[in-house]
Design a protein. Structure first.
Length: 701
C-alpha cells in the first residue's frame, strides 16, 4: 500500500459536481424551459422594415444584398408545425398526416431534437420537410448576434446528428405574419440571412396554443377565397390535443375547397432546402445529442437519489430518537441500590508529545472513583517532556514506561502487558475523566458477558466555532448512536478517550491490533465477533481535547473514516455469524455502511441541488425537505443536549453545523473512500506496532 494518497480524487470530485450542476442547468434551463410559449409580443416600431417585406409573402430571403419576399400561389397550402418534436403529439400528428397523405413542414427546436432524434428521423422518412426553430426557443429579435449564431449552430448540429442532413429553413420563435414584423424582427431576418437562412413566417395562425376547442383552431387556420397559405400550428411546447383533434378537420375542409398540400419550399417555388450535413456537424450533433440525453436522464436519477437521501435521513432521525427514549427507560429500570466497591482497575495512557495534558489526565484517573487503581503511562517516543510531566505526579500507583515511537496500538499493548489488574481502562493522554467515571465503567463488568465498556466522551476545549460544532456532534451523533448500539448489544467502537476492557477478552482477540488506523473500532468489532458484549455507560464522562483547526480536524477524521472502512472490511464475515457477532454483522455494520458512509457521500447532493434550486427557483420541494430536516435535527439536538445534561445555549449553531460542518465531514468521507479505491494509505507518523513485549523502560513514581 502506498504511503501517500494521490490527489486525483479531488479532480474527480470537482468534475462530478461540475457535471451534475451542468446537467441540472441543461435540464432545467434548456429541456424544461418549454410550455405554452407562443404568446403575443410587442414587436415595437416597424419604420425600418421594407414595404416589400411587410406587404409581401411569408418567406423572406435576405441571403443577398436585396431581400426578396416569396409568396404562396393560390390554391396551395403548406401546413407547418412548431416547437416539436414531442413524443406524444408529434407521433399523433404524423399519423393524421399519413392517413390523409398530406406533406408538412416541421420547425423543430434543437433541444427537442437532441432529446428525441428518432422522431425527426420519422418525419424525414415520411417525406416531410424539416426546418429550424432555434435550440432553446429563444426570441431572435432580442438576442445578441453571438447568441443567435450559437442557437442556430447547435440546432443545425442536432439535426445533422439525428438525420445526417442540414437545412436553410428557419422560423424564428414568437414570429407571426409579415405585416407584424418590427424593426427588431427585421434585424434578426437580415442577420440570419447573412448566415444563409430563409425566414419562414405564416399567413394563417391556428392559435392552437390558446384556443378553447378544435373548432376555433380550424376557423383560424382556413384561408379564404382560394388564396395561398402557410398555416401555423404546433406539435410541441404544451398540450396539443386540440391541435390533433383539429388537424383532420382542417385537411378535409381544404381538400373540399380544392387546395393542394405541399411543403414550404415547394409552395414558394424553391428546390428542397435540405442537403447532406458536413462531417463536423454530424460529429458535433452526435456529441450534442449524447450530452442532452445524458442531462435529461440526470434529474430523474437525482430525484431518486434525493428520495433515498431523504428516506435515510428521516430513518436515522427516527431511529436515534426512538433509541434515546428506549435507552432512557432501560437505564431507569437498571438503576441499582447500593453499589458494591468497584473492582481493581489498571489505567493505560498512551502518550506522544502530550506534556501539556498528561499530568491532568493522570490525576483525574487517580480520582476516578476506584481506590485500587494503577496507572501505566506509555511514553511513545515523545520529543518533549511528556515522561517527566507524568513522573511529576507523585503517587506510587503511577508507572511511566518509555519506548521508541511505535504507534498507539503498540503503546496500548505495552501498557496492557504492564497492567496489574484484570480490568483495563484506556484513556487518551489529552483526556480528563470525570470523578466516579472509572468506577462506573468498572461496575459494568459485573456482567460476565461484557467484554468492553464505552464511556461518554465530551469536548473539553469548547472555544471557537469548530470546537463547538464538534461539541454538538459528540452529544448529538456519537452519544445518541452509542445508545442505539447499546440497545442492539453490539457497539462497534470503544472510544480511545475513555473505554474499559476485560483483560481476558483482549487476550482472546490477540490484544490491540495495528491492522487498521481505527484500533478502537477494530478491537470493539473483534470482541463482538468473539461473543463478548460491548456496552455503553452514558454516565461515565470524560473531557477530551478536539482539533481546533480545519487541517487538524481533517487529518483526524480522515484517519477515523479510513480506519472504519478497514474495520468494516476486516470484520465483514460477521454478517454470517450468530450471537453477538451476528448482531454486529446484520445490525451494526449495515447501519455504519448506510449512515456513516452512504449518507455522508450522498448528502452533499441534496445540498447542491437545494442551493441550485434556490438560485434558479426550480427545486422548491427539495428546499422544503432540506428545511424540514434541519428543523428535525434541531429538535433532536435539543433532546440530546437535555438528555446529556448539557446547556441548550449552543442550539443556534445546529443549522450551520448541518450545512458547513456536515459538508466538511462528507468531503472527508469521500476523501477516505477515494483513498481506499485508489489503493493508497494515509500518512502515519510511526512504524507498525510491535508485539506486546517490546523493548521498554519502566519507572515507578
Amino acid at each position: 500500500m502506498r504511503r501517500t494518497a494521490p490527489r486525483g480524487h479531488w479532480w474527480v470530485l470537482a468534475c462530478v459536481l461540475a457535471a451534475l450542476l451542468a446537467a441540472l442547468f441543461v435540464a432545467t434551463s434548456v429541456l424544461r424551459g418549454g410550455g405554452d410559449r407562443d404568446t403575443a409580443h410587442d414587436r415595437g416600431p416597424d419604420d425600418r422594415v421594407p414595404a416589400s417585406a411587410a406587404e409581401g409573402g411569408p418567406v423572406l430571403d435576405a441571403r443577398t444584398a436585396t431581400p426578396v419576399s416569396l409568396d404562396v400561389p393560390s390554391g396551395t397550402v403548406a401546413l407547418t408545425f412548431d416547437d416539436g418534436p414531442d413524443p406524444t403529439w408529434t407521433r399523433q400528428i404524423l399519423q393524421v398526416l399519413a392517413a390523409e397523405r398530406v406533406p408538412a413542414t416541421f420547425f423543430v427546436t434543437g433541444a427537442r431534437v437532441a432529446e428525441h432524434p428518432e422522431l425527426v428521423r420519422e418525419q424525414t422518412a415520411a417525406g416531410h420537410e424539416v426546418g429550424l426553430h432555434t435550440f432553446t426557443h429563444t426570441d431572435l429579435a432580442t438576442t445578441p448576434d453571438w447568441r443567435t449564431r450559437l442557437e442556430l449552430a447547435a440546432s443545425r448540429a442536432a439535426l445533422a446528428g439525428a438525420t445526417g442532413t442540414s437545412t436553410t429553413l428557419l422560423r424564428p420563435p414568437y414570429s407571426s405574419m409579415p405585416d407584424a414584423v418590427g424593426n427588431r424582427d427585421w434585424r434578426a431576418v437580415v442577420t440570419t440571412g447573412e448566415l444563409g437562412y430563409l425566414t419562414v413566417l405564416s399567413t394563417h395562425d391556428g392559435l392552437d396554443w390558446q384556443a378553447h376547442d378544435a373548432e376555433e383552431i380550424v376557423r383560424g387556420a382556413l384561408p379564404e377565397h382560394g388564396e395561398g397559405a402557410v398555416v401555423l400550428l404546433h406539435d410541441g411546447g404544451g398540450d396539443r390535443s386540440r391541435t390533433v383533434a383539429a388537424l383532420g378537420g382542417i385537411i378535409d375542409t381544404l381538400k373540399a375547397r380544392g387546395y393542394r398540400f405541399t411543403t414550404v419550399s415547394q409552395a414558394v417555388g424553391l428546390p428542397p432546402q435540405t442537403s447532406p450535413a458536413t462531417a463536423f456537424d454530424r460529429w458535433y450533433g452526435s456529441a450534442l445529442i449524447a450530452l442532452v440525453q445524458t442531462a435529461a436522464a440526470v434529474p430523474p436519477v437525482v430525484d431518486r437519489l434525493l428520495a433515498g437521501v431523504a428516506l435515510l435521513t428521516a430513518a436515522r432521525l427516527l431511529l436515534l430518537a426512538a433509541a434515546a427514549a428506549a435507552h432512557r427507560r432501560r437505564t431507569a429500570r437498571r438503576a441499582l441500590p447500593a453499589q458494591a466497591p468497584p473492582p481493581p482497575v489498571s489505567a493505560v495512557v498512551p502518550a506522544h508529545n502530550e506534556e501539556a495534558t498528561i499530568a491532568a489526565c493522570v490525576r483525574a484517573l487517580l480520582d476516578g472513583g476506584c481506590p485500587d487503581i494503577d496507572v501505566v503511562v506509555v511514553d511513545d517516543g515523545s520529543t518533549d517532556g511528556t515522561a517527566a510531566a507524568a513522573r511529576a505526579v507523585a503517587d506510587p500507583r503511577v508507572r511511566v514506561v518509555t519506548q521508541p515511537n511505535r504507534g498507539k496500538p503498540a503503546a496500548l499493548n505495552v501498557g496492557i502487558a504492564h497492567a496489574a489488574h484484570d480490568i483495563i481502562l484506556m484513556v487518551d493522554a489529552d483526556t480528563v475523566i470525570a470523578p466516579g467515571a472509572a468506577a462506573r465503567l468498572a461496575s459494568a463488568f459485573a456482567d460476565p458477558s461484557v467484554g468492553a465498556v464505552a464511556g461518554n466522551t465530551k469536548v473539553a476545549n469548547r472555544k471557537g466555532l469548530l470546537a463547538l460544532w464538534q461539541h454538538l456532534e459528540y452529544v448529538m451523533s456519537f452519544g445518541l448512536e452509542r445508545r442505539l448500539f447499546d440497545l442492539i448489544g453490539a457497539s462497534p467502537t470503544v472510544p480511545g478517550a475513555i473505554g474499559a476492557f476485560r483483560r481476558s477478552a483482549l487476550a482472546s482477540c490477540g490484544g490491540i491490533s495495528a491492522d487498521t488506523l481505527a484500533e478502537d473500532t477494530d478491537i470493539a468489532m473483534a470482541l463482538c465477533r468473539a461473543g463478548r458484549r460491548v456496552v455503553y455507560r452514558g454516565d461515565a464522562h470524560a473531557l477530551t481535547h478536539v482539533p481546533t483547526t480545519v487541517r487538524a480536524l481533517w487529518h483526524q477524521r480522515h484517519r477515523w473514516a479510513y480506519g472504519t472502512l478497514q474495520s468494516l472490511w476486516k470484520h465483514r464475515r460477521a454478517v454470517k455469524e450468530n450471537g453477538v457477532a451476528g448482531r454486529l454483522g446484520r445490525r451494526t455494520l449495515p447501519y455504519l455502511v448506510l449512515f456513516q458512509l452512504a449518507l455522508p457521500v450522498a448528502a452533499p447532493l441534496m445540498d447542491a441541488v437545494a442551493l441550485y434550486g434556490l438560485a434558479t427557483g426550480t427545486a422548491s420541494a427539495t428546499v422544503l425537505a432540506w428545511t424540514a430536516f434541519c428543523l428535525a435535527q434541531l429538535a433532536l439536538a435539543a433532546h440530546a443536549l437535555h438528555r446529556d445534561g448539557e446547556s441548550l445555549r449552543h442550539l443556534w449553531l445546529v443549522p450551520l453545523q448541518q450545512t458547513a460542518y456536515r459538508t466538511l465531514l462528507c468531503l472527508v468521507t469521500i476523501h477516505a473512500l477515494a483513498t481506499a479505491a485508489l489503493g493508497a494509505g494515509p500518512r502515519w507518523r510511526s512504524r507498525p506496532s510491535a508485539p506486546a513485549e517490546p523493548h521498554a523502560h519502566t519507572t515507578t513514581v
